[in-house]
Design a protein around this ligand. Structure first.
Ligand SMILES: *Cc1c(COP(=O)(O)O)cnc(C)c1O
Length: 423
């Protein structure tokens, strides 16, 4: 599957005349169509809800857009809870799936009546001491340990993951919470990341449905929902296929009918907390080639850097690159495409076959809609870039301005002599 940018060279030049590169741009049409498909794929389940993982793209415009499709928010910090709340998400539209959680965040999550997902059994006593008031619906996160495999292939290593509770602990946690007056229970697990297979959710669902049946009997509780969390991946590569959300929805339905329906548990709601699958393909980082360098290798220096998109530097992640206006030009060159950080891992691509790049060319770095701008940071004094929404009618809207030096220095206002200096 060839990757085609949702942005043309002409549109990019039009936008950059107003908002200089680098910036992340999002495709409203793509986000909407995908959200619709997700809802449709799980529409067989009465209580289905996608809680968008706010950490992936914490922008109010995007949260509100997803809200139109009935999505809720999955939050993991005070800032994310506040953002969801201010964007109008209420009560059980907010899932609080955090770990190593500070008391204030439990208190705030309770205050806005979100659903609290306990990452560990010790947090129940902590919660009792710091918050005290237990709502009727709560959730616990499960970690089965071992390796997580699908068809004998290792997908991830939960045994080495800091998240969740053991089988024994989750049973004890449910009994404990029941004694605190909790009436409806959820089970949550996140066992593999960026899975590009339609089998991940169905396999996970099968495992959690079995667990749900056992916990219902052993703890004598009502299981209200099973939260499959995130982990549904996208194909960052130009070759191969991505996930088919309809096949995934059907796979989960099969397990539901095999396991939960015969157990008289057909009222269980399926929840998801997808971030990447909801947004990654519908964002791109737009950056201009500003330098070329010929030493032992050929380098193209662009005006974005790892502070705008950390995934290649952090995980060696592949992000496809299109040179706008040269979509069909032959890939005659081999480049490292780099940013300006004083870190040699600041490379968006290594030994990448690309068309000949001229200075001033605009590069579109694909699939940055999730865990892109969100993971940005300020190392080397680099300022966080703007975010722009390309609307369905072809117009565009600034949905977060670029940082300024005044923003960067704002926390130094403890020095009187620096106050206002950088405005
Ligand atoms: C990161 C995260 C998600 C989203 O993961 P994706 O891979 O982006 O779908 C969902 N739930 C929790 C608890 C997470 O930490």
């Amino acid at each position: 599957m060839k990757k085609t940018p949702f942005l043309t060279k002409d549109k990019a030049e039009e936008i950059t005349a107003k908002y200089p590169t680098p910036f992340h741009i999002y495709d409203e049409k793509g986000i909407r169509e995908n959200a619709k498909s997700v809802i449709e794929a799980f529409s067989w389940n009465k209580g289905f809800k996608e809680y968008f993982a706010v950490k992936a793209t914490p922008n109010p415009f995007i949260l509100k857009l997803l809200k139109e499709y009935g999505c809720g928010c999955d939050c993991s910090s005070m800032a994310e809870l506040r953002l969801a709340h201010e964007c109008g998400f209420k009560d059980d539209e907010i899932m609080f799936s955090s770990n190593d959680t500070p008391a204030e965040e439990f208190q705030y999550a309770r205050k806005i009546n979100g659903i609290i997902n306990f990452d560990d059994i010790t947090l129940i006593d902590y919660y009792e001491k710091e918050v005290g008031d237990f709502p009727e619906t709560m959730c616990c996160r499960y970690n089965p340990g071992g390796y997580y495999t699908i068809a004998n292939q290792i997908m991830d290593n939960p045994n080495d993951a800091k998240y969740g509770m053991t089988r024994e602990q989750i049973l004890e946690a449910f009994k404990k919470l029941k004694a605190h007056g909790v009436k409806h229970f959820g089970i949550h697990a996140f066992l593999a990341s960026n899975t590009v297979t339609n089998d991940y959710y169905p396999e996970l669902a099968g495992q959690l449905f079995e667990l749900a049946k056992e916990l219902k009997d052993e703890a004598g509780v009502h299981i209200a929902f099973v939260n499959l969390s995130g982990g549904v991946g996208v194909n960052y590569q130009p070759e191969g296929e991505g996930n088919d959300i309809y096949a995934i929805g059907e796979g989960v339905r099969k397990k539901f009918e095999e396991i939960l329906v015969p157990a008289g548990m057909d009222d269980v709601a399926i929840y998801t907390e997808m971030g990447r699958f909801m947004l990654a393909p519908y964002g791109g980082l737009v950056t201009r080639a500003i330098h070329e360098k010929h030493i032992y290798k050929e380098y193209i220096g662009v005006d974005a850097c790892a502070a705008d998109l950390m995934r290649p530097a952090m995980y060696g992640a592949y992000h496809h690159i299109t040179v706008l206006g040269k979509e069909n030009a032959p890939e005659t060159e081999t480049y490292d495409v780099t940013g300006s950080l004083c870190e040699n891992n600041d490379k968006f691509a290594v030994d990448r076959k690309l068309p000949k790049i001229d200075m001033g060319d605009i590069l579109f770095i694909h699939d940055t809609g999730a865990h892109g701008h969100a993971m940005g940071y300020n190392y080397n004094g680099r300022l966080r870039s703007a975010e722009i929404m390309l609307k369905e009618d072809g117009s565009y809207k600034l949905i977060r301005r670029a940082e300024t030096l005044a923003d960067y220095f704002a926390t130094l206002d403890c020095f009187d002599e620096l106050k206002g200096l950088f405005n």
